[in-house]
Design a protein around this ligand. Structure first.
Ligand code: SF4
Length: 263
């Protein structure tokens, strides 16, 4: 190969490996295994300060990264990882909802958010606009966010399902099982300090329970070490406005938790 072609190939290998390391590190994996000695040699050549303990042998090579956690925490990295994930999801046809969606609804908001809301699935407006919580329920969610002295742009918002169930029917268990790994990846990239599950589907899917939202709401649960408040879905509140006070109580707990985190 000519030197330019070699350079190009090495650059593409490095970029591939870096993204793999970022994602795996973000998902709690401390070490990354390379089976290709050419790859580890290439990393060592191009970015010698980025890695330690890289050995080029015939057996699988383990490279422990240094400074990757700090790298993972930068806004640019999170945006990049979310973008990678979005591109992966845009071509997702793992379940039949891909055939009926207008747009895939990835998620929206601040990649450095301390607070992340998780809803159920896109509705008609969300499907048309490709953004979660933009209809009437979305407007109510915006008010809920503002009620705890935050802006919509401060938080991150995503759904369990990324494509609209036809006619706004409830998500099917098999659709949730197939789609939820995407949400889990989003949470792992964003690393929020608090999660807020809106409604039964988000709460039950993340907590792996069948308990009704009425018994789950109002207190923090543990989702892989992240406190998760459960409250009613804004769409439910539109139908049952008398329960707004309960949601306000739940959100005050979220607000106080975040306040205590920073004082
Ligand atoms: S709902 Fe999820 S799993 Fe199904 S097609 Fe959409 S992104 Fe893929």
């Amino acid at each position: 190969m000519y030197p330019d072609e070699i350079k190009k190939e090495l650059a593409s290998i490095i970029s591939m490996v870096k993204v793999k390391i970022e994602i795996e590190k973000g998902f709690g994996i401390d070490t990354v295994t390379f089976t290709n000695t050419k790859v580890s040699d290439a990393i060592h050549q191009i970015s010698p300060n980025s890695f330690t303990e890289i050995k080029s042998t015939e057996t699988p090579v383990v490279a422990k990264s240094i400074g990757i956690q700090a790298f993972m925490n930068t806004k640019e990295t999170k945006i990049k990882l979310l973008e990678e994930l979005r591109h992966e999801m845009l071509v997702c046809h793992k379940c039949p909802l891909s055939k009926t969606r207008t747009n895939l609804v990835f998620g929206v908001g601040n990649s450095m958010a301390d607070l992340m809301f998780i809803g159920e699935a896109p509705g008609r407006d969300e499907d048309l606009q490709g953004e979660p919580f933009v209809g009437r329920a979305g407007q109510l969610l915006t008010k809920i966010i503002e009620a705890i002295d935050m802006k919509r742009s401060d938080v991150y918002i995503a759904n369990v399902l990324k494509c609209r169930p036809p006619g706004n029917r409830n998500p099917l268990p098999e659709e949730i099982i197939i789609c939820i790994p995407y949400l889990i990846k989003q949470i792992e990239i964003i690393q929020p300090k608090v999660l807020c599950a809106l409604g039964a589907f988000a709460a039950q899917a993340l907590l792996n329970t069948k308990a009704p939202v009425g018994t789950l709401r109002g207190r923090f649960h543990d989702y892989k070490g992240v406190p998760m408040m459960v409250t009613f879905h804004p769409a439910y509140l539109l139908r049952n406005p008398n329960d707004k006070a309960k949601v306000w109580d739940d959100m005050k707990k979220v607000r106080d938790f975040l306040k205590n985190e920073f004082t």
